[in-house]
Write a protein that binds this ligand. Structure first.
Ligand code: TRH
Length: 377
């Protein structure tokens, strides 16, 4: 009998909550033969990353996953063998009763946010609260051996490498997005929250000797791009040039295509959680716009990741990465750190691939979850 899994996703904002749970659900089905129901309270966000989603359906099959609209009134379904509350979302009370009513109580996990902080390894897998005898456990993704690892599908890195080695396939992929960069251009992607530091960075890219083709998926950073360009609006598909910089606005594309876009680019600016991990699997230099939290605690998370990520870089290259990431996340001056990063580009590029290989040696998050369940029963 296949183990049944219920994954609960409450879309707080943006696309990370659904982005992570959708990848996980598909992987549990495809690689571990699990029967997965994915409960999502906002199908609109889902439809942006997976256009096949029918927003009018309460129940639908997508890639072997039973996608369910999480209703305000719980429909009285039997609880699954494994229950994942993603990002500390609150399960319906009736569902918790259903968990406790099962003959064999389910494994109940809270899938937490990704963090590189040291304490994560010590808390991963620990018991949390109990409800009528059903024990909940913390499950922490992470970058180090004591954690639950990162989402990574089977064969992902081999597929990525084959695609990066195939220039024709990359050009064809970009062409169908309407992207035809100049042959000597540095191709970059920019997915970020609003950021007052953007103007200084764009100035530096425009003044650079080497051309840059910057792809900006529609979203929150577009207002800053617009202001810098001095235009009233920026429609999807717009291509505008300023000195060495060509800016192109892309539509929001399906998740698999976004992965491939990252693989095509020489440099990726990403944000949140899921695109941040996918940029690491792209094996290319990158910049992370971390999700802002109260009392600036996100800056501690940023530093924790940087401490790990810059290990093995020379002091100068490490300092260049630190300066750029810190400037971006404090809306500081970008021009000078960007120039420094360019000076160390070959080393930073080799390091990005090395980091990806090292992370790829860890058990992936879906496999770690399945193993946790097997150990538990
Ligand atoms: O959208 P994000 O900022 O999401 C999150 C949420 O805000 C969440 O509440 C918060 O907790 C978390 O950040 C830290 O960034 P993220 O995580 O990168 O998610 C974006 C998803 O959108 C990811 O799965 C990739 C996908 N995507 C596409 O499918 N197509 C696109 O064109 C783009 C740009 C992204």
């Amino acid at each position: 009998m296949k183990a049944s899994w219920d994954i609960f996703c409450s879309v707080v904002d943006n696309y990370g909550d659904i982005g992570v749970t959708w990848r996980l659900a598909r992987q549990l089905v495809a690689e571990h033969g699990c029967a997965v129901r994915l409960w999502v309270d906002d199908l609109r966000a889902f439809e942006r990353i997976c256009p096949e989603i029918d927003m009018d359906k309460d129940r639908q099959q997508q890639d072997g996953v039973e996608v369910r609209h999480w209703p305000a009134q719980w429909p009285g379904e039997v609880a699954a063998d494994v229950v994942i509350a993603a990002f500390a979302c609150q399960l319906p009370h009736a569902y918790m009763e259903a968990m406790a009513d099962r003959e064999r109580t389910p494994l109940w996990l809270n899938l937490d946010y990704l963090s590189a902080e040291d304490w994560v390894g010590g808390c991963h897998g620990l018991p949390s609260v109990k409800f009528r005898g059903v024990q909940k456990y913390f499950f922490f993704p992470g970058f180090q051996a004591q954690t639950g690892g990162l989402l990574r599908e089977n064969g992902l890195l081999a597929r990525r490498r084959a695609f990066q080695a195939d220039l024709e396939a990359q050009a064809a992929f970009l062409r169908q997005l309407g992207v035809v960069p100049a042959s000597d251009a540095r191709l970059m992607s920019l997915f970020a929250y609003e950021n007052a530091g953007l103007a200084g960075w764009l100035d530096a890219l425009a003044a650079d000797r080497r051309p840059t083709h910057l792809l900006v998926p529609e979203g929150r950073i577009l207002g800053d791009v617009q202001r810098w360009l001095g235009v009233d609006s920026l429609a999807v598909g717009s291509v505008l040039a300023r000195q060495s910089l060509t800016l192109q606005v892309l539509p929001f594309i399906r998740q698999e295509d976004y992965d491939q876009l990252l693989w095509c680019c020489d440099f990726n600016a990403v944000r949140g959680e899921d695109s941040f991990v996918r940029a690491q699997w792209a094996g290319r230099p990158m910049l992370w716009h971390i999700y802002r939290q109260d009392e600036d605690i996100h800056l501690d998370k940023l530093e924790a990741f940087l401490a790990l990520y810059t290990r093995g870089l020379s002091a100068e290259a490490g300092a260049a990465v630190l300066a750029l990431w810190r400037a971006w996340n404090t809306e500081g001056q970008m021009a000078d750190p960007w120039e420094k990063l360019l000076r160390h580009w070959p080393e930073i590029a080799a390091h990005a691939e090395q980091w990806c290989l090292e992370q790829g040696l860890q058990a992936d998050l879906a496999a770690a979850l399945v193993q946790f369940y097997l150990n538990w029963i």
